[in-house]
Design a binder for this molecule. Structure first.
Ligand code: AMP
Ligand code: GLY
Length: 429
C-alpha cells in the first residue's frame, strides 16, 4: 500500500521510520518532510496545512492511508475533508480535535464529566479576567483558548505577571484570534508525564508512559519549547497510576466525546501533572507528542500500519500492541537561540559516525539537504534516540551519539532522563 505522512518534524520522521518497517507498505510519501525523511520516503513540497492540495495529491498518487502528524491540519478539518473525498485517513475529525484546539471546550468537558483537572474560569473580557486574578491571587496559569504553537500557556508566579499575560493575550492580541477567549486556572504542582492512547472512538489501546522536557535549559530552566527530550517509560507513572489514568481520564473523555456526537478516533495524548500518586490533566493533544513519539515508536514492536488502518476504519477490536520492555531516550539537538530566533543553513557534521551506533536512530526535525550536505533548517534540528536495558543505559548511549554530531551553536540539554533515575528503585510499568 501507499502511505502519505503529513508533517516534517522529528515526530514525522519517527512515524515514517516505523511505517517503513511494515511489510504492507510499498511507497511512503511525506509532505513536506525533511532531510532525514527523504532517505526513507519521497518528500513532496506541500505544506502540512494545505488541505486541498494534500487531498489532490492523495487522489493522484492513489494513497491508501494518510497519517497526520501535527495538530494544525487536524483542527482545520483535514480528516473531514479527506473522508468527504473518500480518502482513508488516521486522525480525529475537526470537532473531535477541539480537545486540543480549544482549551475552554476541553475544560468545560472535563468539568461536566468529573475528569480531574485544575480549577478554572473562562473569560472573553480582559477586565473580568483582571478582577478574577486579583481576587484569587498567584501562582496562577493564564492560557489562550486556541492553538498557539505551544506558546499560549503562561505560568505566573505573581498577580502582576498574570495581569501582564492577560494584557499580552487579550489586549495586544499576541496570538490573534486564538486569544479572544482565555482560561485562567489553578497552578498545579508535581511531576509531569504524558500518557498516549490509540482509540477508535470507543476502545482504547494504551501506550507506555513517557515524559517530555519542555524547558530549554537544564533543571527545567528558561522558556518552554516544543520539547527538548523525552523518555519512556516514566517511572512516576506506576502500574496503579496508569490504571487510574485510563479509568478516570482517558475512558471518560473518549466516552464523553462519543456522547456529544463527536467520537474521537486517532491518538489521544494527555499531558498530566502527578502529585501524591494522583494525576490531573494539564492538556490534551490530538496527535503524537514531539519528541515523545521518538522513544515510543522505537519501543513499539508491532507493525503500526494495521493499527492506523483499524482506527481509520473505526474498529480496533482484535488489535494488540507489543512493546519492547527496554527503555528509550530521545535527546533533542537544537539551534542556539531556540525557542526565540536562531540561524538556519548551518552544516551538520558527524551524522555518518552517529549512524553506526547500535540501538540508536538519529531522527531529523529541522534539517534539509543542500548541495550534497545536510544543514539546519529549524529550531529543533535532530532527536537522537537510543534504547537500553535501563534508562541509564539508554541515556548513556544517546549522549555518546550526540557527542559525535556537531554544528555551529548546537544546544542540547544535558539532563534528559535524570528525573527517571531519581525514581529508582520504584517499579516502572
Ligand atoms: P499545556 O500546553 O497546557 O500543556 O501547557 C504547557 C506547560 O505549561 C505544561 O507542560 C506545564 O508545564 C505548564 N502548565 C500548564 N497548565 C498548568 C497548570 N494548571 N499548573 C501548572 N503548570 C501548568
Ligand atoms: N511534546 C509536547 C507536544 O508534542 O505537545
Amino acid at each position: 500500500m501507499n502511505i502519505l505522512v503529513i508533517g516534517g518534524g522529528g515526530r514525522e520522521h519517527s512515524l515514517a521510520w516505523k511505517i517503513r518497517q511494515s511489510p504492507k507498505v510499498d511507497r511512503i510519501y511525506c509532505a513536506p518532510g525533511n532531510a532525514g525523511i527523504e532517505q526513507i520516503a519521497q518528500c513532496v513540497k506541500v505544506p502540512a496545512d494545505d488541505i486541498d492540495e494534500l487531498a489532490r495529491f492523495a487522489k493522484k498518487e492513489k494513497i491508501d492511508l494518510t497519517v497526520v502528524g501535527p495538530e494544525l491540519p487536524l483542527t482545520l478539518g483535514i480528516v473531514d475533508a479527506f473522508q468527504e473525498e473518500g480518502l482513508r485517513i488516521f486522525g480525529p475529525s475537526r470537532d473531535a480535535a477541539r480537545l486540543e484546539g480549544s482549551k475552554a471546550f476541553t475544560k468545560e468537558l472535563m468539568k461536566q464529566n468529573g475528569i480531574p483537572s485544575a480549577f478554572f474560569s473562562t473569560f472573553t473580557d480582559a477586565e473580568d479576567a483582571t478582577r478574577y486574578i486579583q481576587e484569587v491571587g498567584a501562582p496562577i496559569v493564564v492560557k489562550a483558548d486556541g492553538l498557539c504553537g505551544g506558546k499560549g500557556v503562561i505560568v505566573c508566579n505573581t498577580v502582576e505577571e498574570a495581569l501582564d499575560a492577560v494584557n499580552l493575550i487579550m489586549i495586544n492580541e499576541a496570538f490573534g484570534d486564538a486569544g479572544r477567549k482565555i482560561v485562567v486556572e489553578e497552578c498545579l504542582q508535581g511531576e509531569e508525564a504524558s500518557v498516549l492512547v490509540f482509540t477508535d472512538g470507543q476502545r482504547i489501546l494504551p501506550m507506555p508512559s513517557s515524559q517530555d522536557h519542555k524547558a530549554v535549559f537544564d533543571g527545567d530552566k528558561g522558556p518552554n519549547t516544543g520539547g527538548m527530550g523525552a523518555y519512556s517509560p516514566a517511572p512516576v507513572v506506576t502500574k496503579a497510576l496508569e490504571e487510574q489514568i485510563l479509568e478516570t481520564i482517558m475512558r471518560p473523555t473518549i466516552r464523553a466525546m462519543a456522547e456529544q456526537g463527536h467520537p474521537y478516533r486517532g491518538l489521544l495524548y494527555a499531558g498530566l501533572m502527578i502529585e501524591d500518586d494522583t494525576a490531573k490533566v494539564l492538556e490534551f493533544n490530538c496527535r503524537f507528542g514531539d519528541p515523545e513519539a521518538q522513544p515510543l515508536l522505537m519501543r513499539l514492536k508491532s507493525d503500526i500500519v494495521p493499527v492506523l488502518e483499524a482506527i481509520a476504519d473505526g474498529d480496533l477490536s482484535g488489535i494488540e500492541l507489543e512493546w519492547d520492555p527496554r527503555a528509550a531516550v530521545c535527546v533533542v539537538m537544537a539551534a542556539r537561540g531556540y525557542p526565540k530566533s536562531y540561524k538556519k543553513g548551518l552544516e551538520i557534521s558527524g551524522l555518518e559516525k552517529a549512524a553506526e551506533i547500535p540501538d540508536t536512530v538519529v531522527f531529523h526535525a529541522g534539517t534539509k539537504s543542500s548541495g550534497g550536505k545536510i544543514v539546519t533548517n529549524g529550531g529543533r534540528v535532530l532527536g537522537v534516540t537510543s534504547a537500553g536495558d535501563t534508562i541509564a543505559e539508554a541515556i548513556d548511549r544517546a549522549y555518546s551519539t550526540v557527542e559525535l554530531i556537531q554544528w555551529e551553536g548546537v544546544h542540547y540539554r544535558k539532563d534528559i532522563g535524570m528525573k527517571a533515575l531519581e525514581h529508582r528503585p520504584r517499579t516502572s510499568e
